[in-house]
Design a protein around this ligand. Sequence first.
Ligand SMILES: NC(=O)c1ccc[n+]([C@@H]2O[C@H](COP(=O)([O-])OP(=O)(O)OC[C@H]3O[C@@H](n4cnc5c(N)ncnc54)[C@H](O)[C@@H]3O)[C@@H](O)[C@H]2O)c1
Length: 358
Amino acid sequence: MKTYRIASIPGDGIGIEVIAAGLRVLEALVERDGGFRLDVKTFDWGSERYKRTGALMPEDGAEQLRDFDAIFFGAVGAPDVPDHLTLWGLRLAICQPLDQYANVRPTRILPGIESPLRGVGPGELDWVIVRENSEGEYAGQGGRSHRGLPGEVATEVSIFTRIGVERIMRHAFVLARSRPRKLLTVVTKSNAQRYGMVMWDEIAREVSRDFPDVTWDKMLVDAMTVRMTLNPSSLDTIVATNLHADILSDLAAALAGSIGIAPTANLNPERRTPSMFEPIHGSAFDITGKGIANPVATFWSASMLLEHVGERDAARRLMDAIEKVTADPDLHTPDLGGDATTERVTEAVIAAIRSRND
Ligand SMILES: NC(=O)c1ccc[n+]([C@@H]2O[C@H](COP(=O)([O-])OP(=O)(O)OC[C@H]3O[C@@H](n4cnc5c(N)ncnc54)[C@H](O)[C@@H]3O)[C@@H](O)[C@H]2O)c1
């Protein structure tokens, strides 16, 4: 029997609550499937560790993860630790050394969930956003001089490399080709940003020549927000820079009903290192400890994890169970307008997994 080694990093806030729920659902799937096992090791990395020891994870943290088949991540961020320390101290400290350069973010309106967009139903918003996850605006280049003085200077440098842009474009074209509509939109800002973004556009055009069966177009990021809102069905696969896709995918999640349902995969497509699966939301200080965090984003991320390791039946079974549960408004958490708890939604998904006969 196959055993997959999973590193679980719940992190902070509701990350701890939704990963606990996600692991219970994964256990139910393992039991139901009978064809594979999960060997889960949990790491206590996060803000509490930072407050205790001065580091969110050990110095060789990313190295410790190398031998796992996948990473299941919650969220990082605490009200009393600066956000740039938590993000760079844990999430980016894993994504960058493990070269998880393709951040894939599917968004669609699940059954029973209402989009805030008037008259837009399930078939009309079905996107996958591909976010460049290793460079661009989050490359980590920059600095500060003359701190605290009136002449203080801060720079934040965006880095675009030919290798980095080409590999994300290729990943996006391959993904677009695998979807029925074979449609890709390349998001840019090459009117205002004359170097990195112009090279981004040029490389998109070059890569497109290898994908004559994919229809593609180019959108300025500002106009893209309008198109996502007013004409969602005109979009399918979307590729954007680290910052642009970070923002657009929160918008996408809101348009699909809630940030509490949006999943993501940080992939090393060549599988040289483990990929990481996580809800796109953060640690949500405002609802931590209340038992009302929506676990659906984490469950959907778990389904992507199973798909990635090759357990397609279990991945589909989980997605079916999620959709059965979202279809019932009685099982909606407060972010979706309901009053269900994390526990109730988790129990309902587990029951749906157990009740299926196939
Ligand atoms: N990947 C990550 O680890 C990640 C991502 C985003 C933010 N953060 C961190 O999280 C902290 C809070 O950030 P924020 O408030 O900007 O974003 P957030 O995603 O934590 O919360 C934004 C809003 O969405 C709600 N929300 C988020 N997830 C939900 C869920 N599963 N169910 C119901 N409601 C949900 C929250 O209650 C809040 O009102 C910060 O420290 C930030 O740096 C971490």
